[in-house]
Design a protein around this ligand. Structure first.
Ligand code: NAD
Length: 252
């Protein structure tokens, strides 16, 4: 199937990795449905893509809200009639802090968006893909889903859960034409990543360990987008349940 007829849904499309991947998918012929709970940045991504002649729509949705998730799936089907690729990417980071100081509200917010959001997305996209008999889902986990960073245990737990959900769903749908993989970014320069440095500076909290960036640099969102583009495509036809690191060897 040519990419020109294919439809991709991207959550967290207003910023960072989601924006870079939306632009890359559109540049490679996919029609893209941009999902974000921030309409201002979502519309920015929409304009960036349309200015380059790409086809896309923006849908405001909170990925942790069941009604919103059903609505973005329905709007995609109403507009384009199918979902070939689902980049289930929206997520938030926790404040670096000792484990016992994390408030229950923060724990619940992180789990709601990072874990429940990924669950709800797959819950409502998979039935569409089952009807089509094909589809590729890429969940965004994290290097912290493989090896926790110091002082962000709750975030690490949420991303371990994304990996578990990816593998669990992958084995259920492997023989039904749906491939489900996870990408694990680490040290990618995005607004989320920059907010970590700013918060550490503001609070004065210093984690006991920090992972080394062995390539002597951080990563760019576009370097994650390339991996997602590959996993989305039929070039990755024998990959499902794979956990793909894009972290410059951080987790090795
Ligand atoms: P980012 O903050 O730049 O972008 C995240 C986007 O998700 C934002 O546009 C935000 O508005 C949106 N979003 C957040 N919560 C949402 C919700 N409930 N509903 C809808 N949209 C929501 O962050 P990023 O660095 O591009 O992160 C993207 C993903 O990559 C996240 O899942 C993050 O955990 C993961 N990740 C990033 C890094 C990194 O180094 N940047 C490392 C590991 C994992």
């Amino acid at each position: 199937m040519s990419n020109d007829n294919q439809v991709a849904v991207v959550t967290g499309a207003g910023s960072g990795i989601g924006r870079a991947t939306s632009i890359k998918l559109a540049g490679n012929g996919y029609k893209v449905v941009l999902v974000d709970f921030n309409p201002a940045t979502g519309e920015e991504t929409l304009n960036l893509i349309r200015n380059e002649g790409g086809e896309c729509i923006f849908v405001k949705a909170d990925v942790s809200n069941q009604d919103d998730v059903q609505a973005y799936v329905q709007k995609t089907v109403d507009k384009y009639g199918r979902i070939d690729v689902f980049f289930n990417n929206a997520g938030i980071i926790q404040k670096f802090a000792p484990f016992t100081t994390v408030e229950l509200e923060e724990y619940e917010r992180i789990m709601d968006i990072n874990v429940k959001g990924v669950f709800l997305g797959m819950k409502y996209v998979i039935p569409i893909m089952l009807e089509q008999g094909r589809g590729s889902i890429i969940n965004t986990a994290s290097s912290a889903g493989i090896r926790p960073e110091h002082s962000i245990a709750v975030y690490s737990a949420s991303k371990h859960a994304v990996i578990g959900s990816t593998k669990g769903a992958a084995i259920e749908y492997a023989n039904k034409g749906i491939r489900i993989n996870a990408v694990c970014p680490g040290g990618i320069v995005t607004p989320l990543f920059k907010s970590v440095g700013e918060t550490l500076e503001k609070t004065g909290y210093v984690p006991e360990e920090m992972s080394p960036m062995r390539m002597g640099r951080h990563g760019e969102p576009d370097e994650v987008a390339e991996a997602v583009l590959f996993l989305a495509s039929d070039k990755a036809s024998f990959m499902s349940g794979s956990i793909v690191s894009v972290d410059g060897s951080l987790t090795v």
